[in-house]
Design a protein around this ligand. Sequence first.
Ligand code: UD1
Length: 338
Amino acid sequence: MKILVTGGLGFIGSHTVVELQQEGYEVVIIDNCSNASEDVLEGITSITGKQPLYEKIDLRNKSDVIGFFSRHPDVEGVIHFAASKAVGESVEKPLLYYENNLSTLVYLLQQLTRKNKAHFIFSSSCTVYGQADEMPITENAPVKPAESPYGNTKQIGEEIIRDTCRVCPQLQAISLRYFNPMGAHPSAEIGELPLGVPQNLVPFITQTGIGLREQLSVFGDDYPTEDGTCIRDYIHVVDLAKAHVVALKRLLEQGNEENYEVFNVGTGTGSSVLEVIRSFERVSGSKLNYKVVDRRAGDVIQAYADTSRANRILGWKAESTLDDAMRSAWKWEQKIRS
Ligand code: UD1
């Protein structure tokens, strides 16, 4: 059974390709390599022993999207990762984000709704909740006005899918709202490859640990949390990848209750920035050089998932601990710098 993974050379995409192949699916990847490298194909192949199909396509070119589906009429499911994801950049270049993240989604859905049956998984984010009033966050928590064009593309993306599902019963879709993905494949054959200075906490920590960065800035320790630093729900990317396979199977096996469903994907446990640093120190056996600085604009105090809906309905649960995920991130960092 052939599955299209857009953005399949990226961080979460590549790990999902591995899990799909290991479950016996045939995978075709579309990527424009704007934030990924074709070398990732080798990493995937060395884990699974099977090279996925790959087409270098920019989904903003509608005619290329049409061409792809006419060459691959046998695609039975689509997992759509391809998107831009830097919050700060999205504030500077809103139109780039709206074009990259939304026109591509529209073009894909236009092709899928021409089929008799289509199965679609969308990469969404806990960013749609903003600062939620209650922890842990359930899927029923209100979607708050987006803090950035990036966040807005995830909200609008979900609305585009919901509105389309309402009138196209042949389209079966699930949005997965990710909390904070981290880590790498335990083989260290694939992992996160941030371009330039990492904006996210974990790659900044491992790059500091390896000596590529001088010092980690901890953005604020005067938040109303136990140790004063912000709390997030860090999920091992392999657990997250597995959630995609389970969600896709639910659609392919017609086990879904509605033709559009939404699930949180997290661990259900919140960790503070200082706890993440301690985890790094435990798994690496070395001290991390860090300094507390001012808060970063736009950070929410805390965000962690209520995962009971995914646990109950998808039968999926994150299995790795923060230390497991950190160990894999550190192994990957050591491998790519060696
Ligand atoms: C960020 C985005 C979110 C996006 C997600 C994708 C913002 C405000 N939010 O989430 O929309 O979906 O990335 O991965 O950018 N921290 C430090 N020092 C650092 C980096 C981070 O102390 O150098 C802290 C942050 O203040 C935060 C935590 O670490 O408390 C996690 O930060 P980060 O990895 O950037 O993720 P989010 O902000 O949760």
